[in-house]
Ligand binder design. Structure first.
Ligand SMILES: C=C(O[C@@H]1C=C(C(=O)O)C=C[C@H]1O)C(=O)O
Length: 265
């Protein structure tokens, strides 16, 4: 049976999924690329067996489980998840949130409240920075490494740096997430093989995707080698549990449950 895998289209996921398109992979899989919020809906509707998608979705939906050993995370500055603001952050009254994002939307609310003491109004918006900033004081954009910071008169706030400052911990943006009953030993082994291949091919992936995505090579290389982390060890789990606790404290998730990391039977 074909395994249906969902992936975000961003550079950060390439080391986890490009193996499935390589000649080394001889299994029957179908990969669906979509933004995180769309992938979450597809997982919920049973269209996908597994997806690398916002970790927030697994914290919110008790039918989903996080698969072990793999994440899309960063320790400090993440460079692709940024709030662009027309005024200093402690003066924000309205914020447009990238409608693709679930995790970073929640993180924005937490950081603005805890680091800057503000509770602006929030509205989901298609990720188009210029349009967002016409109507709102600030805009969250994810998955984009282009040099937005060249925009004049804009404050740029990296959410990964904000999280490190607040907690001293790494931040987990996404994981492989699946409905509990769809997880199989074959699924776990394929995802692990794909990650192992990706980690060994970061240089090739930086070359390939810098060309395809029109991002300078140095920026891609730095992002894949120095910014992104693909493990899910105790440090990342500590960051994830802290995020989960704060989501509950801020009313973004109904209830604190034990973190569901899939353990082989
Ligand atoms: C670091 C990033 O992580 C992404 C952020 C997500 C979110 O905010 O919901 C979901 C998937 C990740 O790929 C990014 O895309 O910039």
């Amino acid at each position: 049976m074909t395994l249906r895998i969902g992936s975000v289209p961003y550079l950060n996921a390439k080391p986890l999924v490009d193996w499935f398109h390589s000649p080394d992979c001889r299994v029957d899989v179908e990969i669906v690329y979509a933004v995180p919020s769309a992938l979450a809906t597809m997982l919920e509707n049973g269209i996908l067996d597994v997806a690398n998608v916002s970790v927030f979705e697994a914290l919110r939906n008790p039918d989903l489980t996080i698969l072990p050993n793999i994440s899309i995370s960063a320790y400090g500055a993440v460079k692709s998840v940024r709030l662009f603001a027309k005024k200093p952050l402690h003066k924000l009254a309205s914020v447009a949130l990238d409608s693709s994002s679930l995790t970073s939307s929640a993180l924005t609310r937490i950081l603005l409240a805890e680091q800057f003491g503000v509770h602006p109004s929030f509205a989901p918006h298609a990720p188009d920075l210029r349009t967002m900033l016409v109507q709102y004081d600030a805009a969250l954009i994810i998955g984009d490494l282009r040099l937005f910071e060249l925009l004049p008169d804009t404050f740029v706030y990296d959410l990964g740096s904000g999280w490190l400052e607040l907690t001293g911990l790494p931040f987990v943006y996404a994981c492989w997430i699946a409905p509990q009953k769809r997880v199989s030993a074959q699924m776990l082994s394929l995802l692990q093989q794909a990650k192992n291949w990706g980690i060994q091919h970061l240089d090739q992936l930086a070359i390939k995707w810098s060309q395809k995505m029109h991002i300078p090579f140095d920026r891609c290389w730095d992002y894949l080698h120095c910014v992104m982390n693909y493990d899910l060890t105790d440090d990342q789990l500590e960051g994830l549990k802290t995020f989960q606790r704060k989501c509950v404290e801020h009313g973004l998730i109904a209830q604190l449950r034990p973190l569901q990391i899939y353990a082989s039977p």
